[in-house]
Ligand binder design. Structure first.
Ligand code: BEZ
Length: 210
């Protein structure tokens, strides 16, 4: 059974480039992004890990810890990190799990045998402070992910957790949002005293609450 939204993210212990990690203890009430890449010393993965390292300040600003994974050794992760620094201008500044025995990959369903039976696919799990899985993404090996999109989803999750709104297509932080249908107009008037644009009774657009 694959991991689904709302499930508790399975706990595990693993060796990483920053020493042994016990996942739930390591997260310790933070948001987390756990992501797998297929293999060290491969080109698309090199670009992904460099870009993710460049976003570190953005993740930190949102209270998010990042951790990577592939079925390689700590030694390989460390050697490859130098290549990432050489080519992308920055080395990974987050722990990388060495999952040579595929323990974590199997726990999270990161190996899709019909795609490849030894390498992890490009999985992303966004996990909230209560250890609930809030987003899963699966990309194939040849397609690099958009980590700006991962940040965008975190912005949406954090906003919609604290206000009774939802975010529309292609929303980004600061754009207008939608009042969720479960909120009556009477209650909406209390929550959004400056009013909203009622395009349909079920489509009420309002400025993003701060
Ligand atoms: C890559 O990162 O470039 C890659 C890894 C595995 C399969 C295909 C591409």
């Amino acid at each position: 059974m694959s991991i689904q939204l709302g499930d508790t993210a399975p706990d595990f212990t693993a060796d990483t480039t920053e020493g042994p990690v016990s996942f739930h203890d390591w997260k310790e009430g933070s948001w987390a992004v756990l992501f797998s890449h297929p293999k060290d010393y491969t080109p698309v993965c090199t670009t992904e890990l460099g870009y993710t390292a460049k976003l570190q300040a953005e993740f930190a600003k949102r209270g998010v810890k990042v951790i990577g994974l592939s079925c390689d050794s700590v030694e390989d992760h460390r050697g490859w990190s130098q290549d990432i620094a050489d080519t992308q201008g920055i080395a990974p500044n987050f722990p990388m799990i060495a999952d040579a025995d595929r323990k974590v990959a199997d726990l999270y369903g990161m190996i899709h045998p019909n795609a490849n039976d030894t390498m992890t696919v490009r999985s992303v799990f966004i996990i909230d402070p209560n250890n609930k899985v809030r987003l899963t993404i699966t990309y194939p090996a040849a397609t690099g992910r958009n980590f700006d999109e991962v940040l965008r989803v975190i912005d949406s999750l954090q906003l919609t957790d604290s206000h009774k709104v939802a975010t529309p297509v292609n929303w980004k932080h600061g754009d207008d949002v939608i009042i969720v249908p479960a909120v009556s107009n009477e209650d909406a008037a209390q929550m959004f005293p400056d009013g909203w644009d009622e395009q349909k009774p079920y489509l009420r657009v309002v400025a993003q609450p701060s």
